[in-house]
Write a protein that binds this ligand. Structure first.
Ligand code: ADP
Ligand code: MG
Length: 336
């Protein structure tokens, strides 16, 4: 749809109307957008699982990367990933926007299109939000609500020494993609470059895998990798009172990652284990469950790999292929 209106002529309520018509709404007796609060009913016997994330221009994204459509997809993806890490099924979300005056309406609509696409892919309904102006950049806050049977939910605590450490997918693509975007904004070279840039701009939340692992009772603890493997595995170990030893040579990298970094010596381990924004799952489980885990992951269509063992040391140690320990220059992104 071609937009001729501006944000200022549309106004706050005009914008909320444009948001509402793009998203299917909860059906009565539930209530979504339009009243002072939403009315939602989790399924009987289910625990409500709630998470929220902020995306701020200049901190989490640059508008110069373009692709507001992908930013819409990512705004929900990062929240879906949090629910995946708990093993919950996503049901509803809330969208709060602080928008700079004069922000082009067609870019907001592209953002909403991407958001609506991701919502439809995961069967999650927009149930409300808040809208205001911003004196600085665009700020997006998404709160997501899902559900799961309480006894099946996976926490960061719960792992034991001797458990295997697993990760889904491949690590480092997103951090490499971001590095390329910052160096050479928006211009995409070959297929490998396009792949890693896309992994940064349009990450895939591992919802099916997270739910399947929880429902099969296979994992002892789980976290999603948003700040980098070493940082997030560190959180999991800390909350479980354990340590970890991982073998870097076993940490899965994608073929495009290796193609783009070919010739880089040594291997850019920093990107792989401390880059962040992978939105892959890291989970632990007793070794006896290996075959069942591989089967579950296969049915979710996501590769999973054992990368090390939980220890009783209280430390997370990453071993380089030559046997020495890798020291990250920073173990993950820190805001302050
Ligand atoms: P209040 O003044 O009580 O904050 P609003 O006028 O902000 O209410 O919101 C009116 C309705 O529109 C509410 O149902 C609210 O959840 C919804 N809403 C407001 N902003 C958004 C948004 N960005 N996305 C989705 N729903 C929104
Ligand atoms: Mg409001």
């Amino acid at each position: 749809m071609k937009t001729t209106t501006s944000l200022s002529s549309l106004g706050e309520f005009g914008l909320i109307d444009r948001i509402r018509v793009r998203f299917p709404q909860p059906a009565p007796p539930e209530l979504g957008i339009g009243d002072d609060a939403a009315l939602l009913s989790p399924s009987p016997g289910m625990q409500l699982v709630v998470s929220t994330d902020l995306l701020a221009e200049g901190v989490h994204f640059e508008r110069s990367f373009g692709q507001l459509h992908l930013l819409g997809r990512k705004s929900l993806a990062v929240n879906l990933s949090d629910l995946a890490a708990m093993g919950a099924r996503p049901r509803w979300f809330f969208l709060s926007l602080a928008i700079p005056a004069g922000f082009p309406l067609d870019q907001i609509e592209a953002f909403l299109d991407g958001l609506a696409e991701q919502a439809a892919e995961h069967g999650v309904l927009l149930a409300g939000g808040d809208t205001c102006g911003s004196k600085s950049g665009l700020v997006i806050s998404v709160t997501i609500m899902g559900e799961q049977r309480p006894e099946l939910l996976l926490r960061r605590s719960g792992t034991r020494p001797g458990d295997d450490i697993w990760v889904s997918g491949s690590l480092g693509d997103s951090a490499l993609g971001l590095r390329l975007l910052l160096k050479d904004k928006g211009s995409i070279g070959d297929d490998a470059t396009e792949y890693v840039v896309n992994r940064h701009l349009d990450p895939t939340p591992r919802c099916g895998l997270g739910q399947n692992l929880a429902e099969a009772g296979l994992a002892s603890a789980m976290i999603d990798i948003s700040d980098g493997l070493l940082a997030d595995l560190g959180h999991l170990c800390h909350q479980s009172g354990c340590g970890a030893e991982i073998l870097l040579a076993q940490v899965p990298r994608s073929t495009p990652f290796d193609a783009v970094t070919a010739g880089a010596s040594p291997t850019p381990w920093q990107l792989v284990v401390a880059g962040g924004e992978d939105y892959e799952l890291c989970f632990t489980a007793p070794p006896a469950r290996r075959a069942a885990i591989l089967e579950t992951a296969n049915s979710a269509g996501v590769p999973v790999t054992v990368i090390g063992k939980v220890t009783d040391s209280g430390q997370v140690v990453a071993c380089l292929p030559d046997g020495s320990n890798f020291q990250p220059s920073a173990s993950g992104y820190t805001h302050f």
